[in-house]
Design a protein around this ligand. Sequence first.
Ligand SMILES: NC(=O)c1ccc[n+]([C@@H]2O[C@H](COP(=O)([O-])OP(=O)(O)OC[C@H]3O[C@@H](n4cnc5c(N)ncnc54)[C@H](OP(=O)(O)O)[C@@H]3O)[C@@H](O)[C@H]2O)c1
Length: 248
Amino acid sequence: MSRLSGSTALVTGASRGFGRGIATALAQHGASVVGVARDRARLDEVAQEIGTAFTPVQADAADPVVAGRLIDTIAPTVLVLNAGTSPLSRPLHQHTWESFSRPWEVDVRHAFSWSREALLRPLAPGSVVVVMSSGAAIAGSPLSGGYAGAKGTIRVIASYARDESERQALGIRFVSVLPQLTPATDLGAAAVAAYAAREGQTTEEFTASRGPALSAGQVGQAVIDLVTDRGLDQPAYLLTAAGLKPLS
Ligand SMILES: NC(=O)c1ccc[n+]([C@@H]2O[C@H](COP(=O)([O-])OP(=O)(O)OC[C@H]3O[C@@H](n4cnc5c(N)ncnc54)[C@H](OP(=O)(O)O)[C@@H]3O)[C@@H](O)[C@H]2O)c1
């Protein structure tokens, strides 16, 4: 219960899906958790479930002013950059530039702004920044427009930030996580439905063909492991229902 007691964590995209699982796990391990998302009602549901350890902040995580203000005022020692837009599930030629580039405008802008603020402040030595990339960064995601490339760039941003932290001896550890596609969240369920339809399968058939599905609870536990286990010191990890696997 107390592995993180006394620490303050900030989780973006904490209102549902992986972020909700991560916020819950961090609170269960003793952290005070600030959760950022745009939907106040969903945030309040999380606050009701977690209790006083959770502080909801209704804000757009892709806004660099929000990143600067919250890093300055909260100075978390655990920062989880998890917020992400749900891409439009269509093949390349059915995207406009605006729909194709949406994951860049939200996910990449958010990872860039918050990582930059974490280095600029800087966060206290020993702080950990977990940045949510995607398995799509390796495998591709042809029905998600610019999503796979955006998530690949997020992995690169985390590795640049990690190098910069080492170069300046800041003691901030940046790590990126590449979760496997799962129907367990709103974003994942929409993608799974699109890929299943393209394969002429039901969502159940498509999901079963890919092995055990990753749950939000498992993502939460993986973040706890990354934050508390000093042996997990690699720059990037693939995450499946079988657990974390370091990526070279
Ligand atoms: N599910 C998967 O299969 C999968 C696989 C690999 C990677 N990922 C990544 O994991 C992360 C979480 O995904 P998820 O599946 O949990 O998605 P989700 O269920 O759709 O949840 C996304 C979360 O991000 C928040 N969010 C989106 N845009 C935001 C913004 N501009 N400012 C603040 N919060 C924002 C949403 O809250 P509001 O809408 O209330 O703002 C919500 O809390 C994403 O980065 C996603 O790309 C997911």
